[in-house]
Write a protein that binds this ligand. Structure first.
Ligand code: SF4
Ligand code: SF4
Length: 459
């Protein structure tokens, strides 16, 4: 964080003949690995899938362009300035670029490192320290924000406040942000966050076949408690004893996304210690794709931590997204009679969350579960892996870009004629619900575990 962290290596700037020697000139904590940046072939394949490049057609808002900016910083040709940072933060961290790069460069991760390097060099703005670093550290700390939100919804204040915010939002950007946040909030909030009501161990119904650690995301506990209740109920019906450790904290994804890697590491260490206290876990699952993706990345996040690197590897090796686990144990454990009759079938389509499909490579498993459900017909969604514009807090920090992407996603959903959109990430659920609500569309948005439990219960 000190100003003397970025050090020029004077001796490397010139040779004895006075010529510039190519190579890294600028060093500092969290800067992306120079060798990896250098590997980019500049082939441009990543441009074809990058949503921000497709919208702006600016090289600096493309994956290749962002890597070039970071390379120029480390070459000493560009300062690590706010201008560079703006292009790094315009990135959705959707990881679509990672999936097409012929060299499998971890482009999204490199961009996040660039953000972290800026924070380490210059510190963090007050709004990030207040929101991400303070309230978003656990489901418990999020209560400071969500308790007033619950009162707001209970008193139905949105009937008055929403039109006012919509009007003022056209004139002042601060109100526009509040309007977007208000629209993201579900019409019904749980009366209590789930982490307050759950026991630590929930037995399987019938014979115990598996012992499953459950990572309860902060947003799932506070905003989408019913979804995680369904996930846990479903797991228990499928023969899983479910362990939800009390001491767990935020997975660290918002902190890594917003340039605070030290905080992400601190949270990762806490979660590892908390889950290590429970022996014999067959798997650790999360029904929040952003969380499961982050938990799998602990091995890289803590790779240079002497005390935790091996423990992080062991922890990450146990993590699966709940859709992966379901694809393994369902419908086998559910004994579902399969029915081909589709006279009353629910038409469902699937939106792939970026941090599940692109980041974790989990594309087919959720759809295989939906296909196994009785009386559900899965219809394909155009560009199912393209970002919906939620992207952590991108939908309130980059409203216009987020709305462009949401519009496209909702158009594609409506084109399918589906009655239900199935997905697996709280951010996507809230974002798509917002888009459908604004269009007055009668299409439900459900988590994979919700629709699975429903169909299991009605069968
Ligand atoms: S696809 Fe990979 S190698 Fe090609 S320009 Fe993009 S980052 Fe570079
Ligand atoms: S993560 Fe997404 S938005 Fe960012 S550079 Fe890659 S494709 Fe573009």
């Amino acid at each position: 964080m000190a100003a003397n962290i970025v050090l020029p290596r004077g001796l490397e700037l010139t040779s004895l003949l006075g010529k510039v020697i190519p190579g890294q000139k600028v060093f500092g904590p969290e800067l992306p690995d120079y060798d990896v940046l250098q590997n980019c072939l500049r082939c441009g394949r990543c441009l074809t899938v990058c949503p921000t490049y497709q919208e702006t057609l600016l090289e600096t808002d493309s994956p290749r362009g962002r890597l070039s900016l970071l390379r120029a910083v480390e070459d000493g040709k560009l300062p690590l300035s706010e201008g560079v940072l703006e292009h790094l933060y315009n990135c959705l961290d959707c990881r679509a670029c990672n999936t097409v790069c012929p060299l499998s460069l971890p482009i999204g991760e490199l961009i996040l490192k660039g953000r972290a390097a800026y924070s380490a060099r210059y510190g963090r703005p007050l709004w990030q320290r207040l929101s991400v670093d303070t309230f978003l550290t656990s489901a418990r700390s999020l209560e400071w924000v969500m308790a007033p939100a619950r009162i707001y919804r209970k008193l139905k204040l949105h009937k008055v406040v929403r039109p006012v915010l919509r009007f003022l939002g056209k004139k002042l950007s601060a109100f526009r942000v509040l309007y977007e946040m208000e629209m993201l909030l579900p019409e019904k909030l749980p009366s209590k966050p789930l982490h307050k009501t759950l026991p630590e161990v929930l037995p399987a119904y019938g014979e115990r076949k598996y012992r499953v650690g459950f990572f309860l995301g902060c947003m799932m506990s506070q905003v989408l408690a019913d979804v995680s209740k369904s996930s846990i109920e479903l797991l228990r019906r499928l023969g899983c004893e479910v362990v939800v450790p009390k001491g767990q904290v935020c997975c660290g994804a918002p902190h890594e996304d917003q340039g605070n890697k030290p905080k992400a590491r601190e949270l990762a260490r806490t979660n590892i210690e908390v889950f290590e206290q429970f022996e014999g876990l067959d798997v650790i699952v999360s029904d929040c794709a952003a969380c499961s993706g982050m938990l799998k990345e602990y091995r890289e996040l803590l790779s240079e931590d002497e005390e935790f690197s091996d423990r992080a590897k062991a922890f990450s090796a146990k993590v699966l997204d709940v859709s992966q686990w379901l694809a393994r144990v369902f419908p086998g454990e559910a004994n579902l009679p399969q029915s081909d009759a589709c006279a009353h079938c629910t038409l469902a389509t699937y939106h792939s969350p970026c941090h599940l499909g692109n980041a974790q490579g989990v594309l087919e498993e959720p759809k295989s579960v939906v296909r196994a459900l009785p009386e559900v017909k899965l219809v394909p969604l155009k560009d199912e892996t393209k970002c919906c514009g939620s992207a952590g807090i991108y939908n309130i920090t980059h409203i216009e870009m987020s709305r462009e992407l949401l519009k496209e996603k909702v158009d594609n959903i409506l084109d399918t004629g589906a009655q239900v959109v199935v997905t697996g990430n709280p951010g996507c659920i809230l974002q798509i619900q917002k888009g459908l609500k604004e269009r007055g569309a009668d299409v439900a948005v459900k988590h994979l575990t919700e629709i699975t439990l429903e169909k299991l219960s009605t069968d």
